[in-house]
Design a protein around this ligand. Sequence first.
Ligand code: PLP
Length: 415
Amino acid sequence: MSQPATRLNSFDVTRVREDFPILHQTVHGHPLVYLDNGATSHKPRAVIDAVSHYYSADNSNVHRGVHALSERATVAYEGARGKVARLVNAGSSREVVFVRGTTEAINLVAASHVRPRITEGDEIVVSHMEHHSNIVPWQLLCKATGARLRVIPVTDAGELDMDAYADLLGPRTRFVSVVHVSNALGTINPVRRIVEMAHAVGAQVMLDGAQAAPHLTVDVQAIGCDFYAFSGHKIYGPTGIGVLWARPELLSGMEPYQGGGEMIRAVSFEETTYAEVPHKFEAGTPNIAGAIGLGAAIDYLDALGLEAVAAHEDDLLRYATEAVSQVPGLRIHGNARDKAGILSFVVDGIHAHDIGTILDRRGVAVRAGHHCAMPLMQRFSVAATARASFALYNTREEVDALVGALLHARELFDR
Ligand code: PLP
């Protein structure tokens, strides 16, 4: 069924796999087939080494010491910020705030930017395909302010209903926050259009790029959005580090998110003045090792070439979409025209959690559940789906292993 793994001339997946130590193990006696990259992706040796080097050679606090180690740590930490800025084509690294992850970035924008500017009856727009982290912060905000949450519907194919979106927008719309790539469907949303339409009614837009940054070239200036967030651990970097990009003029006008060290210029009991952005939003000792590891992940991706990575993942998605059709009773949820790296499905008569468990016994790791998108599951009248999500180190042979394990599950349930 498969072609050789090195079929794509520009991208040698066999060699790439050598960079990921974790992949070379067996699970329940089978070679590990890791297809849960939407939850978190594995780390190449370069990232592990960068974190290890920081702790073994440079460990020190940033922005504080005049000693050599602190200077080295600061250079490495701020260097990582520059790499993030280049990755998303920010105007400058001052537009990049390090946070814990996408969740924290959204909460930061909700608390520091939107909340002080919103009043009762104003409207915030999200979509029906959001991760809980792009629903709950806005619900909390609406509860506290009397603002109203409006929801863009999703079509049967798993695309945003853009006509309904146009109808939702109006003079009360203050803020739109939508996902760039759906973690549960794989849909790539038409973000430029979404932004244009929101801006036309004077609303600002935040994009949740948690699943987009690992698969697509993100250009915040070309997209035209106001805020963009993603998580380091889904883009081959460490956990506990993420990014909020924002337009500089918006960042400057925002209230601090948390107070403490690092985010101040001068403190007295009468008055505190704040550090310049982005430091104003990075209270306390930051995740220095995490930022350095994220910088190494970006270097790694750069060296491979994001376009070659995207082409490889597109090939896997097309191949897998075709291959799983051999499994009787399997239905894919999410058939958008534009998709990235994610295959969500149900199999008639087999609960998604049973699929997850049976696949695991064959060494195949997929996610089974609601994918932190309960409203979307309700929309498709399913309690859960199984989800295979691809990364740059996955192969067609692994897709074959997935299909083999699914056929085995079918057999077990048909007995
Ligand atoms: N948004 C989307 C689309 C996601 O897939 C995820 C994580 O799965 C998140 C937000 C939350 O990311 P984190 O847990 O890294 O903050």
